[in-house]
Write a protein that binds this ligand. Structure first.
Ligand code: HPA
Length: 282
């Protein structure tokens, strides 16, 4: 089956079970898993395992379902748990959910994640608005026959993270008194954390934070014409910047602690992004 056939099959499966048109798609990263229960007025849910051919998240702390419902009265589809390349899926499977949510009607993809801070000015618990990314250490999700129905063979990537939406989020953060860093997110495959030498290398390349997701989803979403924004929760300082060894539990714990503010920032941003969509997207 080609990636497009698989996508179409998943789309048909979802639309046969769910009657809901989302305006915004939200991907929840580590620590944000319970956002769906607390901030979404739920219309319906769909487990990934009930969608034939859909990749499943196997990571602890990541659930595996779509939640359809309203955030601040805005119709949204929320991914509670994403799929990572290190789980062994081909990159076309990793980005299938983003494409699927676009086909369901979402105009904006709002990405969240936990990442390691590389910028010396960052602290654990900070939020970083993603202004650009470095994805060239992982396979490009658009490799293979181009899906012309979704987008062009050589899509422009000069504004991957919508400058207008970034301004909206910055204004919300300022109004809520939430400190918001801004920087470049670099995606590696994982699953091992980086070595201190790798972190020094990545810093010279211009990365402010490092993680194992997000950039490829942003590429696929750009390709199919969605607007994209992303916020990273700096769950730890990257390897070699402190004396502590890194653990998934530490990442999870810090992300959990930051969650209440993160949720507030996301909910308020979604309200204003919805207004932006009304004015700028057909
Ligand atoms: N490195 C890579 N991915 C991560 C990190 C990190 O330090 N923290 C959370 N995700």
């Amino acid at each position: 089956m080609t990636p497009y056939e698989k996508l179409t099959k998943c789309y048909q499966c979802v639309t046969s079970k769910i009657d809901f048109k989302p305006k915004i798609a939200l991907v929840l990263g580590s620590g944000l898993g319970d956002f769906a229960e607390t901030a979404v007025d739920i219309h319906s849910t769909l487990d990934y395992s009930d969608i034939e051919g859909f990749p499943r998240s196997t990571v602890e702390g990541h659930k595996g379902r779509f939640v359809f419902g309203y955030i601040n009265d805005v119709p949204c589809v929320v991914m509670q748990g994403r799929v990572h390349y290190y789980e062994g899926y081909p990159m076309t499977d990793v980005v299938l959910p983003a494409r699927l949510m676009s086909m369901l009607g979402a105009k904006v993809l709002f990405l969240t994640n936990a990442s390691g801070g590389i910028n010396a000015g960052f602290s654990a618990g900070d939020f970083m608005l993603i202004k650009d990314h470095i994805s060239c250490f992982v396979p490009n999700p658009l490799i293979g026959e181009n899906i012309d129905r979704l987008g062009t063979r050589f899509p422009d990537m000069s504004r991957i993270y919508s400058p207008d939406i970034r301004e909206i989020i910055k204004a919300i953060a300022a109004r809520l008194g939430i400190k918001l860093q801004e920087g470049v997110y670099l995606q590696l495959t994982g699953p091992s954390f980086e070595s201190p030498a790798e972190i020094r290398m990545l810093r010279t390349f211009g990365a402010d934070a490092v993680g194992m997701s997000t950039a490829v989803e942003a590429i696929a979403a750009n390709h199919c014409g969605m607007l994209v924004c992303g916020i990273s929760c700096i769950s730890n300082l990257a390897c070699g910047m402190t004396d502590n060894p890194l653990t998934h539990a530490e990442v999870q714990e810090c992300a959990d602690k930051a969650a209440p503010k993160f949720k507030q920032l996301i909910s308020e941003s979604i309200k204003n992004i919805s207004g932006y969509i009304d004015l700028h997207c057909q």
